[in-house]
Design a protein around this ligand. Structure first.
Ligand SMILES: *[C@@H]1O[C@H](CO)[C@@H](O)[C@H](O)[C@H]1NC(C)=O
Ligand SMILES: *[C@@H]1O[C@H](CO)[C@@H](O)[C@H](O)[C@H]1NC(C)=O
Ligand SMILES: *[C@@H]1O[C@H](CO)[C@@H](O)[C@H](O)[C@H]1NC(C)=O
Ligand SMILES: [Ca+2]
Ligand SMILES: [Ca+2]
Length: 972
């Protein structure tokens, strides 16, 4: 691993063995001068018109960039370690790293999109801290809030580790983003850098490490700046005695809480800096009070971020850590089934078994292998649990063990099952729901739609024997069950499918095995949506779509009865639905109401003229590496500019913003983003502003009041050298809705099992007032209380509180998705807020496991390759510890065995033997709550006869140091 780091770092450094930030490979490449600004407050200083996160090319380095840079670096190290552990080679991508290049280097090229999603999710949570907690000093290490800031970070680390351990990666990402903010702010807002420190403060991420010598309440720390020049405003004795302080901050003029003779944050917004001692000490940008130290602060912040990530990586293990980052082998997609297991479903379950086996057997070891398998069974009155595994054989067994029984009356709990799946599947998944019955839990419809919109997940329904009601009724069904789905029952499923851009496939049980081909296709990696539309009631309409040269396997799905169409290719050839042969459709399949057409590969503008008066849906998909991700974001209303990702519907009829990322190509660029009304063709185009790293901020004048989809167009730069670079088109399959209601809730806390947890929220309407229905639903079936209605007056906001209680035995790392909905009188307008909370038991174990040498044997001779050395070590977690969870070899290529001590399960015995040519070894020891220790042993070359052994128990934090030691004392 140190070898690897050197590769990335350029010449490995270190004068006098001291690790300085300039030596660490986490710096941006080739830049003697850092670009610029730890932009917490720097956003503020941007001239109006420069929207976004403060990224001015070549100028500023903000939270987003610091975070992304550290994530990319840490992912590369984890991938390298995994590759080496698998005996494979690893080629580091060229700097500067991009998500695309890192995913490719990790041998997971299909993960570009989910890696991009993870980075965005983490960084948006980081940025949110400036918007939601702008004035909470603890989140920014302002006002000398060192202990409080450290508590936010260390508690958060515990949550991230528990969530990772439970495989709840989205919860881990959100918490991680939130705690990286104060971690990074520390280096900009405190005097750590002014004290001459060039490495991170270990006390910030470890509760048992010393945070430093903090200034007393009454201690004077600053004098006024000399005009604009704030260099040297920190008092000399503070520097000499290495006393830690930070700037005070306040935005309200004449209401400063700054004690006498303390430093201020500084800058135009900070009103405390106008009071003696004037000026400030922040290093947010080059223009800040201490802007001359901006580059130093930004560098240490990157290193600190990487160290925190390394600690999480060591606690989780490389593979789960990479999963948290969205990087996994295979398709990087989940195969997700929600299955009715009531009495009549045995044929359907059999079809699921067959298609699952076929997908697994054909894809294992390929890029199409699902990275995650999810199953949610539902019945009546039972449903769930959600079963999640990365092991295809485990999943096969789970599917094989399903049987069809029970269910009572006809209707079943399909939406409860779907709610579980939507809360447990990664964002941007595709879910397949199998049933032959109507939903018994229709009241969950709006909750399910909220989850579809927020997770951007597609739901397909495979409904069998929906048209056989009369036959079954006449027959003497043993169970006397009235199977079948009426038109209105089916409409519920159609509405949900339509909201998500999925299909409702209605077939007989015997036809189902044919229809499952859609599952096989959707599980293929790099599937993109080019067009998705629906007309209900049906009407003749023309749809056009652009096919670019990166698209293969162009496929059209049509659902609907007796739907006719004419297809016209870019070259003007045409083929009708009634033509059994023709130039454009290379293959087709029709089963039930579902038609699949494979199109000839032809680049350019295609047209589909639908002629049906029956309701229909049309979807055009293909395979291409180029895709996009987006979130609705909202400009901050607070003192700081910036954008916050919405957990709600956007506001209807007013301007709005989207943050769009292109994935799968470093050379692609976005040229157009349009919101298209789903039922018609009205388009609202946005203004696209590049933000760097493949991100674009899009401003639209108006978010439609009716359902709409998001379509992007762009150009793939890699072909722009060619005379005619073809534009690409992608569409989000999800149909979004906006609302006149605003609903806000704080989503920033941790649930403790057994303790009721309050979620205050407020609702406001811009439309007509009245009595609004309130619904609070959670996917864990935790007890909850909430108002059932609230009276709202136009323009005024009304508050309510939801209380959630997690049972005492809820395991740490569990998460719960809470949806709070508000529905206008008459039901025309609904908004919601979807929140994810982690449940964590109070952590009392803050110490890492320790190692103790039992014996060393070395028979090393002159020729090291002829001799071996052996070591045995005992690892324990102390009397108060949670116990040793995992021991792994971090360095050394010898053979390691571990066992539990006879009669004492709290002691892990490690035996290690290696060639004398490999004299170093390092153990990583992790306890059950994720405290990481590392034990390093080396045979010194200078005394080969009498082996001297250096033992050092280190935290992962000090790993870099021990690696430097290794590099400085080369053995060969
Ligand atoms: C996609 O196309 C390739 C060749 O172009 C073919 O080998 C493959 O089977 C197709 N995949 C699907 C799912 O149709
Ligand atoms: C919001 O209010 C406007 C004006 O009252 C109305 O036209 C529009 O349909 C409403 N939007 C939604 C989503 O209800
Ligand atoms: C409220 O609605 C009016 C008219 O529809 C619109 O001009 C205004 O911007 C809306 N305000 C908000 C906060 O949505
Ligand atoms: Ca039933
Ligand atoms: Ca411990």
């Amino acid at each position: 691993m140190n070898e690897g780091m050197r590769e990335d770092c350029g010449p490995w450094p270190a004068e006098g063995g001291k690790l300085t930030s300039a030596d660490v490979c986490l710096l941006s490449p080739g830049s003697g001068v850092m670009s610029s600004g730890l932009a917490v407050w720097c956003l503020l200083l941007l001239p109006t018109g420069a929207h976004g996160f403060g990224i001015l090319p070549g100028k500023s380095l903000n939270h987003l960039e610091i975070t992304e840079s550290a994530i990319l670096d840490t992912a590369v190290r984890a991938c390298r370690a995994l590759a080496h552990a698998d005996g494979a080679g690893f080629t580091s991508p060229a700097r500067p790293f991009t998500a695309q290049a890192v995913a490719a280097a990790c041998d997971a090229p299909k993960s570009a999109k989910s890696f991009g999603h993870a980075i965005t999710s983490i960084t948006l949570r980081n940025i949110r801290v400036d918007i939601r907690h702008a004035l909470n000093a603890s989140f920014h290490f302002d006002d000398e809030m060192f202990v409080q800031g450290r508590r936010i970070i260390t508690e958060g680390i515990g949550v991230v580790k528990a969530s990772n351990k439970a495989g709840n990666f989205e919860a881990a990402r959100q918490k991680l983003g939130e705690i990286l903010h104060p971690l990074q702010d520390f280096y900009s807002h405190s005097n750590w850098v002014e004290l001459g420190n060039t490495v991170p403060n270990p006390g910030l991420i470890r509760p048992d490490a010393h945070l430093g010598n903090m200034a007393d309440e009454g201690r004077a720390t600053c004098r006024s700046c000399d005009g604009d020049d704030c260099r040297g405003n920190i008092l000399e004795d503070v520097i000499e005695e290495r006393v830690l302080t930070s700037g005070y901050f306040g935005v309200v003029p004449f209401l400063s809480t700054k004690p006498k003779r303390k430093c201020s944050h500084g800058g135009a917004v900070d009103q405390t800096s106008t009071i003696e001692p004037k000026g400030g000490i922040n290093k947010d940008t080059f223009d800040s009070s201490h802007g001359h130290l901006h580059a130093e602060a930004a560098n240490v912040a990157i290193t600190a971020t990487s160290e925190l990530l390394e600690d999480l990586r060591a606690a989780a293990g490389d593979r789960p850590f990479l999963q948290m980052m969205g990087i996994s082998k295979g398709s990087s997609k989940a195969l997700c089934f929600v299955i009715d297991t009531t009495g009549s479903m045995s044929d359907d379950i059999e079809a699921v078994r067959t298609v699952t086996s076929s997908i697994i057997d054909h894809s294992v070891g390929t890029d199409d292998e699902p990275s995650l398998y999810i199953l949610v069974p539902f019945n009546d009155p039972e449903f769930g649990p959600l079963i999640k595994t990365t092991d295809p054989n485990v999943f096969k067994n789970v599917i094989n063990s399903l049987s069809a029984t029970g269910g009572g009356d006809t209707a079943e709990l399909s939406l409860s099952g779907l709610q579980l799946a939507l809360s447990g599947a990664p964002s941007n998944s595709e879910i397949f729901l199998f049933t032959d019955a109507p939903a018994k839990d229709k009241q969950l419809k709006s909750t399910v739609i909220a989850l579809i919109e927020r997770t951007q997940t597609v739901v397909n329904f495979l409904i069998t024997d929906s048209t056989v009601i009369s036959r079954r009724r006449r027959s003497d069904d043993v169970q006397q069950r009235h199977r079948g789905i009426t038109a209105s029952d089916a409409q519920l499923y159609r509405d949900l499918a339509q909201a998500s851009g999925g299909q409702v496939i209605e077939v007989t049980k015997s036809e189902l095995p044919v229809a499952t081909s859609i599952i096989t296709e959707s599980s293929s990696s790099s599937l993109v949506t080019i067009l998705q539309a629906a007309r209900s009631p049906g009407k003749a309409d023309n749809f056009s779509f652009i096919v670019d040269e990166t698209v293969i396997n162009l496929t059209v799905y049509i659902t609907g009865r007796a739907v006719t169409f004419t297809l016209i290719s870019p070259k003007g050839e045409s083929q009708q639905s009634t033509d059994t042969t023709g130039p454009l459709i290379t293959a087709s399949q029709s089963v039930g109401n579902f038609k699949t057409l494979r199109l000839k590969r032809e680049v350019g503008l295609w047209e589909m003229r639908m002629a049906s008066t029956n309701p229909y849906t049309l979807k055009v998909i293909g395979q291409s590496p180029i895709d996009f991700l987006f979130d609705f974001v909202e400009a901050s209303q607070g003192p700081f500019t910036g954008f916050d990702a919405l957990d709600t519907r956007p506001r209807a009829g007013v301007s709005g913003s989207l943050l769009v990322s292109l994935t799968g190509s470093d050379s692609a660029t976005l040229t157009e983003v349009a919101l298209i009304e789903s039922a018609g063709s009205e388009e609202i185009k946005g203004v696209v502003e590049p933000q760097g790293s493949g991100r674009f901020l899009v401003q639209v004048d108006r978010i439609p009041s009716v359902e709409f989809v998001v379509r992007v167009k762009g150009q793939n730069g890699s072909v722009s050298s060619r005379a005619s670079s073809i534009i690409f088109q992608r569409q989000s399959p999800i149909n979004f809705r906006a609302s006149n209601l605003t609903i806000t809730a704080d989503s920033n806390s941790i649930l403790v099992p057994g303790t009721p947890f309050s979620v205050p929220f407020s609702v406001m309407t811009n439309g007509t007032g009245g009595n609004f229905t309130i619904r609070a639903t959670n996917n864990q079936r935790f007890d909850s209380t909430s108002p059932t209605s609230l009276f709202l007056e136009t323009g005024n906001s009304t508050n309510g509180t939801v209380t959630l209680s997690a049972p005492l035995n809820t395991p740490s790392g569990t998460d719960v998705t809470l949806t709070i909905e508000a529905e206008a009188p008459g039901g025309e307008d609904t908004n919601y807020v979807v929140m994810l909370f982690s449940i964590v038991n109070t952590v009392t174990d803050f110490t890492q496991p320790v190692c103790q040498i039992l014996s060393v044997q070395s028979k090393c001779s002159e020729n090291c390759s002829l001799s071996t050395w052996e070591l045995s070590v005992r690892v324990t977690d102390g009397a108060e510890g949670t116990g040793v969870e995992r021991v792994s070899l971090r360095q050394g290529n010898g053979t390691m065995n571990t066992s539990l001590a006879a009669g004492n399960e709290n002691i892990t015995l490690v035996s290690y033997s290696a060639s004398c040519c490999a004299p170093d070894m390092e153990l990583l020891v992790v306890d059950r709550v994720g405290n990481v220790g590392s034990c390093f042993y080396t045979l010194r070359e200078d005394s080969p006869a009498a082996i001297s052994l250096s033992t050092k128990v280190t935290q992962s934090l000090f790993l870099l140091l021990s690696m430097v030691l290794l590099v400085l004392n080369p053995l060969h």
